[in-house]
Structure formats: C-alpha cells, structure tokens
Design a protein around this ligand. Structure first.
Ligand code: ADP
Ligand code: ZN
Length: 730
C-alpha cells in the first residue's frame, strides 16, 4: 500500500484501508458515478485520493477549476469512519459548497462566523453523531475547537484549501492561517492535504514547512485550461471596447461575465455605460460598503446580473461555475493575476471566452504600481512578462503554460493567434515614415501625436509646436489612425521604438531603429485587420432580431429554463442544480428515459431521481415524442437507488417519501422479478421472524410485527418468500 515506503502511518483512523489499490479505485469510481455522475477521474485525482486514504500528507497544486474539491471529498466518502475537516478562508463560499454537496446527497455542513452561534453549536454537536461526512470551517473557528476534538472526534482527513494563504510569499497571506501548525500537534497521525492554485516554488515549500507536513507527496496538475479561449486586442479605443463587451454580453445573454478594470473609477464608468445600454450590470470594488459588495456578489451568483464591472477585489469568494466570459479592460500587473482572473471563467469545463484589451496607456500606470510596490525589480520583471504575452505573435497558451513551467508541443487552436494567424506584409515604408517622424520631432511626442503628425491632422497643439512644418507631416495620410496604431505598436514590439514611460510615454528611436532607418532593411509587420472584421460580424448578428438557432441551441435554452425554474424553487444558484457542462451533455445525449438520463455525464443518482422528469419531458417535447412519460416511475427510481447502494432510509429522504412507501416499491419490484438481491433491505433474522409469524399467526402478522420492525418490511418478506417459491418451481 505505502508503495514509496516513506511514511509509516500508525493511526487507527486508517487501518481500514487494507484493501488493494485496485479495489479502492473501483470503489472510488463507483462513488464518483453515484454521487457526482462523472465516469472518470481527471489526471492525478485518483493518485491524490489514494495518497490521502493511505494516510500520507500531500500538497496539491491545481489551477482554479482543475477539480481540487473531489480530491478531498472522495476520501471523505471512502472513509468508513471519521469526518473530513476542510479549512477554508473563504467563508462566503462555504454555503455554496455545502449546498453543492447536499444536492449530490453528501452530508456536509459549515461552521463559521456568518452563522449564528446556535447554528454553529448545533452542527458541532451533530459532528459527534457521525452523520456529517465533511465539515467546512474557518481557521479561526478551528482553533477554538481543535483541542476538544483531539480527545474525542475521529477525523479522517484535514484538507487545507487555499493553502497559499499560510505563506508570506504567497499573494494572499492571512495571519489566521499560520496557526494551522497546531493541526499536526493535536492530530499527528491524521493526514493533511494542502490545496492551492498558486504555483510558485517558494510558496509551495513554505506550505509544507508551516503545516509541518510529514514527508508530503507533491502533486502538480496541469495548468492548462483548454476550454478557455484566449484573445488580446491591442489599442482598440474606448468605444470599440464597449462595443466588443456588448457583443460578448449579447452572445451570452442568459449567462454572466466579468469585466476587470484597473481602477474603481474605470469600473464605475464601465458599469454606467453598460447600464445605459440596457444591460444588467453592477459594479464591485473595495471602495463600496460590505453590504453593497455582498449585494452585487449575490445578484451575480443568482444569475440576476449579466455582468459585473470590478477591480481585482472581485472573484476570490466566488465559486460560480458558469461564468462564460471574462474581459480585462486593462492589462493585469502580472501573469499570475491574469491567469487567476481568467480562470474564474468556465470552471464547469464548458467553453468560455476571455479577452484582454491592451494599450500602452495602461503600462505607465502599471509601471508606477510596480515602482511603488516595494519590490520594484521583481514586479517590473513580472510586468514585462505580462507585456510580452500581450504582444506575442505565438500561440498564447504556449506562452502561458511555459510561464508556469509546463510545455505543450503543439499550438492550442483556441487563441487569437492560432485562430487568426497574423499575415505578414512588407512594412518597410510605414516603418521608415514613422521612424523618421520620430527623429524629426526629437523623440518628444507620444503615440497619439506621432500618428496625428503622420496623418497630417490640423490639431491645435500640433500646429502650436510647429510639427506641421516637418517633412513627414502628412506622409501617412493613406492609413487610418487604427492602422498606424497597429503598425507602430509592432515597431515597439520589434524593438525599433522604445516608450519612455518616465517621460510622458514619448516614443524614442532605438539603436536598432536607427540602423533600419539608414540601411532601409526590409521590415515585416503583421497585416492590419479592421476591428469590425475581427469580430467576424458578431455585431451584425446581434442586430438581427431573430437569429436562426440550431436545434441543439434551442434545446439548451429549454433546458436552461427548466434549470432556472428548479433553482428558483429550491433557492439555490442554477449551477448547483446542474452545471452548464451537464446541460450540454444532455443536449448531446438527448436522454428520453430515466435510465438514459442517469447515464449523462455530470448527473448523479440524487439528481437523477429529483430532476429527471422535467428534463426528460423537455427533451421529449423537443424531439417530438408524443407519448407521455406514463406512471410507475417512483418504483424505477427506488430500484435505481437500491442498486447503487442507498438504504431504505436514504431513498425515502432522497425522494421525500415515507419509508413504508419505499418498502411497498421493493415488494412490487420483487413480485415483478426485478429485484433479486435483498440483502441490503432485510436481514436473515428479520426474514425468518416474519416467516415464523406467518406460519403461526397468519391473520395478525402486521399487528404482531408492528413494534419489531419497520412498517412495510413484513410485506417485503412475504414477497421474497413468494419469489423463492417461484424460483424453486422453475
Ligand atoms: P477547483 O476547486 O480546483 O477550482 P472544482 O473542484 O470546483 O475545482 O472543480 C471544477 C469543476 O470540475 C466542477 O464543476 C467539478 O464538478 C468538475 N470536475 C471535477 N472533477 C471532475 C471529473 N473527474 N470529471 C468531470 N468533472 C469534474
Ligand atoms: Zn493558441
């Protein structure tokens, strides 16, 4: 079992794991199917699970949306005894996670400062009854309880979520986390799993040290998120940006996205503009009151808003899995932040769009942040890497992944560079014009003025400075402002021109630029593609009143309506009912029976029983199946749940019916020869007892047995007896 032979857990909590790995894997796979409706583990998940189950500590690095939760939830399901404690700083998320688990039929609870003390106490008391499998708790609260627990509570696993918060090196240090060192003091033999989406080595090592992990295994998942499309749009101008954002909202009109802005003011302005255009938008930044922020966040989570215009303050406490797009109105300060922020899109694994607007204007602001940060060198370096990414002409995903020390040997096919590879044209003439204009104004103008000079604009400031008298004035009238912007940006990227950020962003010619100017060597530039064409007519289709929808799109819309109705009724966010990915699977598979529905990826048993009818009805209607669903399904549901290991009590609670009704189903199923393994329903002793009473007091079986066994069970025993008789005769 402990194949690496490095740890020797001696804890009683783990002695039950004496099964072979394959048996464990089979059990885990069955539970994955049963509770989550997934048919396979993602890479590393099973390894992480068996490491935890074997009692060894581990550190898990996976990107946001990578599937960390299942890594600690599954050991909780596999453990026959003991609760799994999940420490998380994100109190706001706990409720969501508990509802998601409950929706899948997994008993979980949370204890934190957002609930009142009475509620918390009640939950903590329940812990000892063994009914709660997974408990989410804030670090502060854990410290209050841990000593009491150490003597009496069997704990199967500690999972430390957002574990980078323990490290001063991480970007989100939380003092409360440092006290988690006490876990190993009180529970030296309970395995600890530390999870984070922050990858750097320093933080990673610090996590292990601070938590005093015992020879932890390190798991580094791929940071690739292939479902996220990547796009960078350079210098589009404000109106175009807003148009682009509107087209995104239109394309995802029933879903939500985020616009990240560099400052509170920009976020507020963007929100105003979008609301003025009739979109359901709200603003979020640290300058708002807690109430205002919570309200914006709640409306976003509940699907009321189409967009939140926010600073980076937004997103940490959000688990909404169906965010379909993320826009960076301004470039983030480093690739880590960028990746984390775009990572909030598409956590459900379904396609999502990310777009970053890039302008030189932002660089000056970002550079000043870096200068004032107290870590100027490293932050400037990080900013430069971000800039390189923005200006890249290679597959963007390759650049991102190589930043995280991961290599892929192929282009991704889902970034702007892969999709619209830039066409190279001879840009020598343009380059010479621009360079010589810079020389003639002695490097004293910025991008805007330079373009105005080239295009021969009659701007007052330009005339006042006498720029209309230089030789290149008007030499570039043949190109639009946007074209010049595009070409000059590339000259900067190529290193022909430098931007003096400390000198009002003036453009300076570099030694390389001077050489080109004198040698007139050929310069290749990427061809300009008008912004409107780049959008591939998305604006036009948005203007059309009734765009032609494909049948699959229509069905998806119908299923989203079904989901929305349920989520309203149950007062949970729609992605808790089903993720977008699961709905897409339903569209692909088109299940028309309960059984088919239960096999859809992302549909576990609890959800099958609860929801199959409305979804299957909608799918049948879509397919033109006239036959009604019919009746008698309640029995089918009972059979499905029985076959997957639910007890009678669990079935009754999952279906919200009485146990006696469940026994009625079971008896009927046995009568129909559809259930042949009764071991989980009745014990041999119970069966023999019923037979005994049936022989001696056939008239009053039910009265006699009423106090001895659950109501309904005698009937099951009689059905079994008939069944056995039938089969003997055969
Ligand atoms: P993280 O905590 O790493 O951000 P989550 O645990 O929230 O990620 O998982 C992201 C999404 O991926 C969730 O919708 C989750 O249900 C889904 N997921 C996780 N594991 C699997 C799997 N093995 N198969 C299919 N989907 C999975
Ligand atoms: Zn690519």
């Amino acid at each position: 079992m402990y194949s690496d032979g490095m740890t020797k857990p001696s804890d009683t909590n783990h002695e039950m794991i004496s099964v072979a790995d394959t048996a464990l894997e089979q059990r885990a796979a069955a539970l994955l199917r049963r509770f989550y409706g997934y048919s396979t583990f993602r890479p590393l998940q099973m390894d992480i699970i068996s490491t935890a189950v074997s009692g060894r500590d581990c550190v898990v690095l996976m990107p946001t949306g990578g599937g960390k939760s299942i890594c600690y939830q599954m050991p909780a399901l596999l453990a026959e005894r003991g609760v799994t404690i999940v420490v998380s700083p994100l109190i706001a998320l706990m409720k969501d996670q508990v509802s998601a688990l409950a929706a899948n039929g997994i008993p979980a609870a949370a204890v934190n400062s957002m609930q009142n003390e009475e509620e918390n106490r009640h939950i903590l008391d329940q812990l000892f009854s063994g009914r709660i499998k997974i408990l989410y708790i804030s670090p502060e609260r854990l410290l209050m309880e841990i000593e009491r627990w150490s003597s009496m509570l069997p704990i199967a696993l500690f999972a430390i979520d957002e574990a980078h918060c323990i490290s001063q090196w991480g970007h989100d240090f939380r003092p409360g986390y440092t006290q988690l060192t006490c876990i190993k003091r009180f529970f030296p033999n309970v395995p600890v799993m530390a999870l984070t989406a922050t990858a750097d080595r320093l933080t990673r090592e610090d996590i292990a040290t601070q938590l005093q992990l015992n020879d932890p295994r390190l798991f580094i998942g791929s940071f690739d998120r292939p479902n996220l499309s990547l796009r960078v749009i350079t210098d589009s101008g404000k109106t175009r940006r807003i148009n682009y954002i509107c087209s995104l909202i239109d394309r995802h009109s029933s879903d939500a996205g985020i616009v990240y802005c560099l400052s509170r003011r920009i976020a507020e302005d963007m929100d105003k503009q979008l609301r003025a255009r009739g979109y359901r938008s709200a603003v979020y930044h640290a300058g708002l009151s807690v109430t205002e922020r919570n309200m914006a966040q709640d409306r976003f989570i509940n699907g009321e808003l189409q967009v939140v215009c926010a600073t980076v303050a937004f997103g940490m406490g959000i688990d909404k899995s169906n965010i379909r797009w993320v826009v960076h109105n301004n470039m983030p300060r480093n690739i880590e932040s960028y990746y984390q922020e775009i990572g909030r899109a598409g956590r459900d694994g379904a396609k999502a769009e990310t777009v970053m607007f890039y302008s030189y204007g932002d660089i000056a602001t970002l550079q000043s942040f870096a200068d004032e940060s107290g870590q100027q060198t490293i932050n400037t370096e990080k900013l430069n890497r971000m800039k390189e990414y923005a200006e890249a002409s290679l597959c963007r995903r390759r650049i991102l992944l190589s930043y995280f020390n991961e290599t892929i040997d192929h282009d991704c096919g889902n970034c702007d560079i892969c999709l619209d590879p830039p066409v190279r044209v001879d840009g020598t003439i343009h380059t010479l014009k621009a360079l010589s204009a810079i020389v003639r104004v002695n490097g004293a103008v910025g991008m805007h003025m330079l373009i105005d000079i080239l295009r021969g604009a009659a701007r007052q400031e330009l005339i006042a400075k006498g720029y209309h008298t230089i030789k290149t004035y008007g030499a570039g009238r043949d190109l639009s402002f946007g074209e010049w912007n595009h070409y000059i940006s590339q000259m900067i990227q190529l290193g022909l021109i430098d931007i003096a950020y400390n000198e009002g962003n003036h453009l300076k010619i570099t030694p390389y630029g001077s050489r080109i100017l004198s040698t007139r060597e050929k310069v290749e530039l990427a061809e300009f593609v008008p912004f409107e064409r780049r959008q591939r007519g998305s604006k036009k289709s948005a203007e059309k009143k009734q765009p032609e929808l494909l049948p699959a799109e229509k069905l998806l819309i119908e299923l989203k309506k079904v989901r929305e109705k349920i989520s309203r009724k149950e007062r949970v966010p729609d992605y808790i009912v089903f993720t977008d990915k699961a709905l897409q699977e339903m569209v692909r598979v088109e299940p028309v029976t309960m059984e088919e529905f239960s096999n859809v990826e992302g549909v576990g048993e609890r959800k099958t029983v609860k929801y199959w009818k409305p979804f299957v009805t909608a799918i049948r209607r879509h397919k033109g199946i006239a036959e009604p669903l019919g009746t008698g399904f309640s029995q089918e549901e009972t059979l499905l749940l029985l076959n997957s290991g639910y007890t009678v009590a669990e079935i009754a609670s999952a279906k919200n019916i009485k146990e006696v009704t469940v026994y009625g189903h079971i008896a009927a199923l046995i009568d129909a020869d559809r259930l042949t393994d009764f071991s989980s329903v009745i014990t041999k002793a119970q069966y023999l007892r019923v037979m005994d009473v049936a022989r001696n007091n056939p008239e009053s079986i039910y009265e006699i047995l009423a106090t001895e066994m659950p109501k309904g069970l005698p009937k099951v025993a009689l059905s079994i007896s008939d069944y056995l008789l039938r089969n003997k005769q055969k």
